[in-house]
Design a protein around this ligand. Structure first.
Ligand SMILES: Cc1cc2nc3c(=O)[nH]c(=O)nc-3n(C[C@H](O)[C@H](O)[C@H](O)COP(=O)(O)O)c2cc1C
Length: 192
């Protein structure tokens, strides 16, 4: 079993988080853990007209954003399985980018990401902001240098998605590739 910790922060892109959680829930080799920030709850309402249940109902374990005593806030939790855990922040707001980059962790999304970095374990940040200020760019560079994968959500049009759901799933496949999760989602083969 592989533990995948999904942090959902308050950036635009909640349909991508829903798609990701659905795909992870269908992977028998994965145990999904989920924390939804307060900001994410507001964006979920705005973008999907729903509450966090749409995400948390797909998780094996759910944590409160303020629960800084939860397992993933400690390094030992990440290495408890046969394979070390990985963290995905989808979508990742610039507020969360800034908190992780500065080390000033205020909620469990920030703290778990901080732990993943210090333990040198996979951390993928699917960022969402446009345009990007110099502060955003500096923070993202600091995170890349600290070992995170910074992965702005950019659709794979070359895979010719049949619609939005397809487009979201294709991008989830690219996220899975970053943490070595096997999948059968579309992948560019070099043939036009
Ligand atoms: C509808 C909506 C969309 C938002 N989209 C973004 C976004 O794409 N990127 C971003 O950095 N912040 C965005 N924000 C602002 C964040 O939600 C806000 O900065 C929040 O404090 C982030 O907190 P969190 O990172 O702890 O979830 C959005 C807010 C709302 C209400």
């Amino acid at each position: 079993m592989r533990d995948i910790f999904v942090g959902v922060s308050g950036a635009s892109g909640m349909p991508l988080a829903v798609s990701l959680m659905r795909l992870l829930a269908a992977m028998p080799q994965v145990r999904t853990h989920c924390v939804v920030s307060d900001g994410a709850r507001a964006v979920l309402k705005a973008e999907c007209g729903t509450d966090a249940h749409v995400l948390t109902s797909l998780a094996h374990t759910v944590y409160g954003a303020d629960d800084l005593g939860a397992g993933p806030a400690s390094g030992s939790w990440w290495r408890r399985g046969s394979d070390p855990a990985a963290m995905l922040v989808v979508p990742c707001s610039m507020g969360t980018v800034g908190a992780i980059a500065s080390g000033a962790t205020r909620n469990l999304v920030h703290r778990a990401a901080d732990v993943a970095l210090k333990e040198r374990l996979p951390l993928v940040l699917v960022t969402r902001e446009s345009p990007l200020s110099a502060i955003h760019l500096r923070n993202m560079l600091a995170l890349r240098e600290a070992g995170a994968v910074v992965m702005p959500f950019s659709p794979c049009f070359y895979l010719r998605p049949s619609g939005v759901d397809d487009l979201l799933e294709q991008f989830c496949g690219r996220i899975f590739d970053q943490v070595g999760l096997a999948h059968s989602l579309a992948r560019w083969t070099g043939e036009a």
